[in-house]
Design a protein around this ligand. Structure first.
Ligand code: ZN
Length: 581
């Protein structure tokens, strides 16, 4: 295992705030003195994970996951410990050289295509600010793009075909690679006289473009996108996903729009959680990406026929996967960019928040899709509504919806659904019991206290090792071995350093429980627990002897054992009296 210099690790740990870092992955909210979040490590419906800013650890009280900032990143990203430290270092811009770490990435088979896209994007970004791009630039300015937004999204201008081709040959790019990258077709540059908006894959790597014409003409399509290439697979891409995911986790929602321009409209209004699927059919890959954001989705589609249909299509797919979402209700302007242009940022933000449930949306949308004067149609409509109500509405919402559906169609689903509803509730993943606190018998409780004690004091650790030596609980025993190891090198233990050494996840979880329990037992409790364990050990020995006496036939052996037993009982009594006295 690659090792990271202890000084570096300490510095990174002290500069990286666990609340900030976890907040980059999931929505975190203030709660009392600490913070809480929905646990990403089990199917959490409440915020079961608590995050302590003071102790710099997290702990889920349902599934038991816990640890420090590195453990969180390691577990969330499913990477090794050194990789997690490295990742956190990057997040806080801490310069960390890792001579020992192996970069596990395979050589990229599309390195040439990526280089082409990188360089071409840079070239076009430059062109936008040149004389050539003046018209495109002024169009952007008219649409209230400022330079900051243009730079953030690497927006550029594709000049004439000849100029792009000149650039390609000056760079010595191979024609085949240019075709593979989607920028050359039949020997000609694909994008000509267009405003270029780069598209990235979920990891943030450039894969293609959506390109808007600069000249208004009915002969030129308004938008063209990169054609299907090895890198550009439309069904696997969501525009702005790599940038929006952090913002979405922070704001606790994502805003799904129709196109790149809508996302940019949201950006102008200072909303950074906008995403857009490139096309109106939703693939499983795209839904999975959205699901992975673990935040509710606000669906903001155009307020026209096509937009409503797309919202409906998304709603059905999202409902099938249990993705929480609501529909933005915009009666006026069509899309975020238009709203921004006409009414400004405030109004964009207001509308983004102005949502209705999917069922409410269907009550508005579906009656136009069915002929409610026709019995079969009306029945199909009622069934579709019922399905949506059962699958998306909470208990308390249903009664209202069912009575509305009854008023509209005459069909009453309120009693029919008693069982399916129950089924749905039962289908939710049962909660796994928390590791801590669990019912502890006397000995385990004492071992817990000892474990807390030795974590905070080398003195206690030495005494326990000398007088008892081992824990009965296997997990405690594993953790204690790590503790003993560290004490060999130092006089006090830094929990972060200990986290770094522990490779087993359940042992890390145990350590997080210990640290978060806030127990620093002190001398008296330690002594009591030590005696308690001794007493338990003796009791166990007595039980064993009783068992042997029961099976043994030889009377002499029985007498010997009985003597041992009486010594043990006397010893146990001494311990018991000691406590009472
Ligand atoms: Zn959990």
């Amino acid at each position: 295992m690659a090792w990271i210099n202890e000084e570096d690790m300490k510095a990174i740990r002290s500069q990286a705030d666990i609340v900030d870092i976890i907040g980059k992955y999931i929505a975190v909210e203030k709660s009392g003195r600490g913070f809480k979040a929905q646990c990403p490590f089990h199917d959490d419906h409440d915020p079961s994970m608590s995050i302590s800013e003071e102790k710099q650890i997290f702990k889920c009280f349902v599934c038991g996951a816990g640890g420090n900032v590195f453990s969180f990143v390691q577990k969330f990203e499913n990477i090794t410990f050194p990789e997690a430290v490295y990742k956190v270092a990057q997040m806080i811009n801490y310069p960390l050289e890792l001579p020992g770490i192996q970069v596990r990435e395979k050589p990229d088979p599309f390195a040439k295509e990526r280089k082409i896209l990188e360089e071409y994007t840079g070239y076009m970004a430059y062109e936008l600010f040149s004389e050539e791009g003046a018209q495109a630039y002024s169009q952007l300015r008219e649409r209230k793009f400022d330079d900051e937004l243009i730079r953030k999204f690497q927006i550029g201008f594709a000049p004439s075909a000849g100029q792009s081709e000149h650039f390609f040959s000056a760079k010595h790019f191979a024609p085949d690679d240019l075709v593979n990258a989607g920028v050359l077709n039949d020997g000609r540059a694909v994008f000509v006289d267009r405003i270029m908006i780069p598209i990235h894959d979920p990891k943030g790597r450039l894969v293609g473009y959506t390109a808007r014409r600069t000249a208004e003409s009915e002969y030129i399509p308004k938008y063209i996108n990169t054609a299907s290439t090895p890198l550009y697979e439309k069904g696997k891409l969501i525009f702005n996903y790599h940038r929006a995911k952090d913002a979405a986790r922070k704001s606790g929602r994502a805003i799904l729009c129709e196109g790149a321009m809508d996302v940019l409209g949201l950006e102008k209004a200072d909303l950074h959680e906008g995403i857009a699927c490139l096309g109106t059919a939703f693939t499983g890959d795209q839904l999975q990406l959205i699901e992975r954001l673990k935040v509710p989705v606000h669906v903001w589609y155009d307020n026209d026929r096509a937009g409503k249909k797309a919202a409906y299509t998304f709603g059905k797919a999202a409902m099938g996967r249990g993705i929480p979402f609501s529909i933005v209700s915009n009666d006026g302007a069509k899309d975020p960019d238009e709203v921004f242009g006409q009414f400004g940022a405030q109004e964009v933000r207001r509308i983004a928040d102005h949502t209705i449930s999917f069922v409410e949306f269907l009550f508005q949308y579906l009656p136009d899709q069915y002929n409610l004067d026709n019995y079969e149609d009306k029945k199909a409509f009622a069934q579709e509504m019922n399905h949506a109500i059962v699958n998306t509405a909470d208990e308390f919402e249903r009664a209202g919806y069912f009575s509305r559906l009854k008023d509209l169609t005459g069909f009453d689903f309120s009693s029919v659904n008693a069982s399916p509803v129950q089924e749905r509730i039962n289908k939710r993943e049962p909660r796994r019991p928390a590791y801590i606190p669990k019912v502890q018998d006397g000995r385990q409780k004492a071992e817990w206290i000892i474990l807390s004690s030795i974590l905070y004091s080398k003195q206690f650790s030495l005494r326990f090792k000398e007088e008892i030596g081992f824990f009965k609980d296997e997990l405690y025993r594993q953790l204690s071995l790590y503790i003993y190891d560290l004490y060999r090198l130092k006089d006090s233990i830094d929990a972060d350093e200990l986290f770094a050494h522990i490779e087993e996840e359940d042992v890390r979880n145990l350590l997080a429980s210990l640290v978060s329990s806030n127990e620093e037992p002190g001398e008296e409790l330690f002594e009591d627990s030590l005696w308690k364990i001794k007493e338990c050990t003796i009791s166990e020995q007595i039980d064993k002897i009783n068992e042997q006496i029961r099976i043994l036939r030889d009377p002499v052996q029985k007498v010997t054992l009985a003597k041992t037993k009486s010594v043990l009982i006397e010893e146990r009594n001494k311990i018991r009296n000691r406590k009472e006295g």
